[in-house]
Write a protein that binds this ligand. Structure first.
Ligand SMILES: C[S@@+](CC[C@H](N)C(=O)[O-])C[C@H]1O[C@@H](n2cnc3c(N)ncnc32)[C@H](O)[C@@H]1O
Length: 322
């Protein structure tokens, strides 16, 4: 199966994202001999085969009420379920970086390190069908695991992964890419090699992703030394909007609520004074609910700073190609 082509029906061997809640999703490789168990019940893989992607699957389970959605994988969903071999990029940063690096179908991009391949999946989708991602990872096991993911997810034609230490050996690419993304502990040690990788007669964009401001300072210094221009830094924070209900009281409702509470108090007092006293409970009349959007008091924490810069070709009288 492929992350790039949406298919309608689930088949043996497919990757399905089992969606229980926004916070609870799991990747399943469909194998008709297996079952998937969670707190909502037992789900046979064989029952999922032939179902349409997107189906709300009610499966026989211990309480008969278990269900989950069977979703087609996308790079966004993959960020929720990817095995974390490293820290990964999430959609807020991914979408921002993709826009500011000016990525589009056909772009040639360089990335390091590959890490868990979270960003690589989104990059591949953006640059498909004719672009290419050259991604570099020096940790052998991570490089192998990412390569396997790219193959299984139908992305290997779009991604070349190279296992190497880019500080020591550079990228070995010259005059080719229009964008560079560095998620490395010391991006400044890879910037001059990245500079050589840009198409030398085109304007290019670079982004360095660093959690600490000290790293940003060193990165900016190196970008300056290497002649990059328009150096800017951003921080993306996510603020979720959650739907809540609140009761809507008219003035009449509010007055009647106060009266009801006063009545209750009075009756309770009477009861305390007379143990034989019985009160009939009044049917409760709840006011209508209004749906409102609330934001949590705190924005989700900092992931990293994004330092962007522009590669400006120095040309001897030749025209810059945009
Ligand atoms: C934070 S992870 C990248 C995560 C990735 N952006 C994602 O979304 O999954 C950083 C990666 O850089 C790799 N790395 C660190 N130094 C490196 C170097 N000198 N050459 C190549 N890769 C390196 C690490 O092994 C690690 O896997």
């Amino acid at each position: 199966m492929s992350f790039l082509k949406y298919k309608t029906y689930i088949e043996e061997g497919d990757l399905v994202i089992a969606y229980m809640t926004r916070e609870n999703m799991t990747p399943l490789i469909i194998d008709s001999k297996l079952t998937y168990n969670n707190k909502f019940g037992t789900f046979k893989h064989s029952d999922m085969i032939g179902k349409e992607y997107g189906t709300k699957a009610f499966m026989p389970s211990h309480n008969g009420r278990g269900f989950m959605y069977l979703l087609h994988p996308t790079p966004e969903l993959w960020t929720y379920v990817v095995p974390h071999r490293t820290q990964i990029l999430y959609i807020a940063d991914i979408s921002f970086i993709t826009t500011y690096l000016d990525l589009k179908p056909g772009s040639l991009v360089l990335e390091s390190g590959t890490g868990s391949g979270s960003f690589s999946h989104s990059l591949a989708r953006t640059i498909a069908p004719h672009g290419h991602l050259y991604t570099f990872e020096y940790h052998e096991e991570r490089a192998k695991a990412a390569k396997q993911d790219f193959e299984e997810h139908g992305l290997s034609d779009l991604i070349t992964i190279d296992c190497r230490d880019v500080y020591k050996s550079g990228f070995g690419i010259t005059d080719l890419v229009s964008a560079v993304f560095l998620d490395l502990p010391a991006p400044w040690d890879a910037i001059s090699s990245a500079k050589a990788a840009f198409r030398q007669r085109r304007i290019g964009k670079i982004c360095c992703f660093s959690p600490c401001i000290e790293q940003v300072q060193r990165t900016c210094a190196s970008l300056n030394e290497n002649g990059f221009v328009e150096i800017k830094m951003f921080e993306c924070l996510i603020r979720n909007q959650e739907v809540h209900t609140i009761p809507v009281y008219t003035v009449k409702d509010a007055v009647s609520k106060i009266k009801t509470q006063q009545d209750k108090k009075r009756k309770r007092r009477e009861q305390e004074e007379d143990p034989n006293h019985t009160t009939k409970s009044q049917p409760r009349q709840d006011p209508p609910n209004l749906y409102v959007s609330k934001t949590p008091t705190e924005a989700r924490g900092h992931t990293s700073y994004l330092t962007f810069a522009t590669f400006l070709p120095v040309l001897d009288g030749e025209e810059v190609i945009k």
